[in-house]
Design a binder for this molecule. Structure first.
Ligand SMILES: *Cc1c(COP(=O)(O)O)cnc(C)c1O
Length: 401
């Protein structure tokens, strides 16, 4: 096997399906079969495949230039995207650092928060608070803020920097941690409202709001990882729109380019930015991915934002949510532990993971691409998925159980 596939024991892996082309919410396989993609290719292809407007924007950009470095050079597409992101995200975020994947976008956020305190003369503030069952990527720095128990990275436990892990909704626990350890803590990082890879776990807007205000009180920066929740997934453009407060740092990825190319953006407030803005070179932020601000990715991201501005995407997400609720909520069975639905996301948590052993195959036979993991059978369809297709996805999920 020449390709080393992700998250998989290569020896026992089922042969991956080969995709010939894709359009709207559909994948056409080499075999000729066509599947509804119920998970938007790891949640990122939010407007479906082969979108005419995004195709057009990308093609126009390629004719100008496919890439140019962002060190010493700049370009209008990146500038336009940075301005557009500042405009649509919470009000205090005003500076954009581009990178090429969500993991790196979160690494940038942590490094930025850590150096913020170094620049302010508080080098002891170098630890992070994260949530139990959180996920912020696969690189070494962010593995340390990923779930501390039964996670996919347990192999490395004990060798990563030690961080603090909190139970979502438990504000008392957070307050007591902050009151004891705030002098050594740089920032708290969370996936607001929904922890995706940890099992599509939901927590309240109120918890996020109170956590942010406690962090502020104890001089700890507040980072939100909206890589999965951003760009409409939970029914509003960003999860933080439901919380109603501005974080200090926000990370976007996945849906940012509507799945057209790898890109992340780490946004910061002026307060964060100003701690680096100085005559001394040591205070500069020493980070710069080769492909940061890639013009093709920027063009796709601008087209994505334009689609949100010019078409009723949020209304389609509302419709998807009501269909998901209609089909799946209140589902009762001895096999089901919980059903969680929010925006264009539905997750059935089963009691016994072995129930999902053949789920992918059963779904495939019925024309749907699902990829459950652990105890979680979920859908996060593209927002253009038609109502009858959403119903079909739900019927297939139910039939698996
Ligand atoms: C997917 C994801 C990441 C990692 O992004 P990559 O582009 O895969 O590196 C980080 N945080 C969250 C919340 C994610 O869902």
């Amino acid at each position: 096997m020449t390709i080393w596939y992700p998250y998989t024991q290569m020896k026992t892996m089922r042969q991956p399906l080969s995709v010939k082309r894709a359009f709207q919410a559909r994948l056409e396989l080499d075999s000729g079969d066509v599947l509804i993609d119920a998970i938007s290719s790891w949640w990122c292809v939010i407007h479906g495949y082969n979108h005419p407007q995004i195709n057009d924007a990308v093609q126009k950009q390629i004719e100008k230039m496919a890439h140019v470095m962002l060190g010493g050079l700049t370009h209008d597409t990146a500038l336009q995207l940075a301005e557009a992101l500042v405009k649509i995200t919470p009000p205090k975020l005003s500076h954009v650092f581009f990178s090429d994947s969500g993991s790196v976008g979160c690494e940038v956020a942590l490094k930025m928060a850590w150096q913020f305190w170094i620049n302010k003369g508080e080098p002891k503030k170098q630890h992070f608070i994260a949530l139990k069952k959180g996920y912020h990527g696969d690189t070494i720095g962010v593995m340390s803020v990923g779930s501390d128990d039964e996670s996919m990275h347990t192999t490395f436990q004990g060798h990563l920097p030690k961080q603090f892990f909190m139970e979502p909704e438990n504000i008392t626990e957070l307050e007591s941690l902050l009151s004891q350890h705030h002098t050594t803590i740089a920032a708290m990082i969370i996936e607001p409202l929904m922890q995706g890879a940890g099992g599509f776990l939901l927590h309240s807007a109120n918890y996020v709001k109170e956590a942010k205000s406690l962090c502020e009180h104890y001089n700890v920066l507040f980072i939100v990882d909206e890589i999965a929740t951003g760009f409409g997934r939970l029914g509003t453009l960003f999860a933080m729109d439901q919380v109603g407060v501005s974080p200090d740092i926000m990370v976007l990825g996945k849906g940012l380019t509507a799945g057209y190319s790898g890109m992340a953006a780490t946004l910061a407030t002026s307060e964060v930015f100003d701690a680096f803005y100085d005559n001394s070179p040591e205070k500069a932020f020493m980070h710069g991915p080769t492909f940061m601000g890639n013009p093709i990715a920027c063009a796709a991201a601008l087209a994505n934002i334009h689609i949100f501005e010019s078409t009723p995407v949020l209304a389609s997400i509302k419709t998807i949510e009501s269909v998901l609720k209609d089909e799946l909520s209140g589902m009762q069975s001895q096999k089901v532990k919980d059903v969680r639905i929010k925006g264009a996301m539905a997750c059935i948590e089963v009691i016994d993971p072995s129930l999902l052993k053949d789920a992918q195959k059963i779904a495939q036979e019925r024309g749907v691409w699902l990829r459950p993991f652990d105890k979680f059978l979920y859908t996060m369809p593209p927002y253009c998925t038609k109502e009858e297709d959403i119903r079909h996805i739900c019927h297939v999920m139910k039939s698996i159980l």
